[in-house]
Design a protein around this ligand. Sequence first.
Ligand SMILES: [Zn+2]
Length: 338
Amino acid sequence: MLGLSVFAGAAVAEPLAKDLFGAKKLPAVAAPEAFGFYSKGCFAGGMAIARDGPHWQAMRLSRNRRWGHPQLITLLERLSREAAQDGWSGLLVGDISQPRGGPMLTGHASHQLGLDADIWFTPMPARRFTDRERENVSAVSMLKGDSLYVDDRKWTPAHEAVLRRAAGYPEVERILVHPGIKKKLCDTVRGDRGWLGKVRPFWGHHYHFHVRIGCPPGSTGCRPQDPPPRGDGCDKSLDWWFTDEPWRPAKGPAKPKARDIMTMAALPAACRVVLDAPSPPSEMAVTLGGDGTIAQASSQAPAPDLPVLGYQAFDPASVLSAIPGSRVPRPSSRPDLQ
Ligand SMILES: [Zn+2]
């Protein structure tokens, strides 16, 4: 009797989703699919971008956030190559996602679907960084001091060019930058300005820009974000960022961050399947290399006890459809995401 009352009072703590997803070292072997929303979801069939390519270097390797939906990873390879033609020496690739997405142990509210990538505003140097440098080298803020405005000694035509190139891809729905950078573009971009509408002002993002692609075809469990408003965005909505309001500290006690309290119950049901799915035989087997292909997928036979790569062996959606009442619920409130 005594034991029972004790148990009734102490609910067993649900593990946090960030701890479960943060512990995964490799992606879920499955058809590539994103589940949920950018700030509340996960993905299967993840692919890594190699540490080095001809026109990129991945930074902060210890975080193991070089993972994304194959559509994003291949787009980054393409961007690195095409931006080089525009005069951007190469991409320093920051955080993409954890191997299976989900909330992160630190940083970022979004980046959970493998559809978001941070690219440094610092162009790639001609030499290769050491692993140590990739941990420690600081990105350079594009702003003048602690002002809201871009430092013209740092801003170059190549900065505009790499943003223009990224915004030009139809898969890219949004590029998040600091309001000062948006303003610089509004003031200086000549010719076609249609792409400016995708470039959205947001807090942070003066050391890096954030590329977000839309829900990929086939990801029926991915909830799209509303498209950005029409027009180039160089209007009153931008003026707001240059008032005090967005920069005032929040009143009252700090609310806990969503990622610090989120359990699996907050995520789409498919994310449980993603969490439990098998891993590929190695990281290299699912890493996009400098030549735009997976390093070993064609040359090395998969281990006999593992499903054949190519992501056909396992389909979380079909597993879920077999579970009654497991339709993915939609969150009732929309996270405030640019
Ligand atoms: Zn970002």
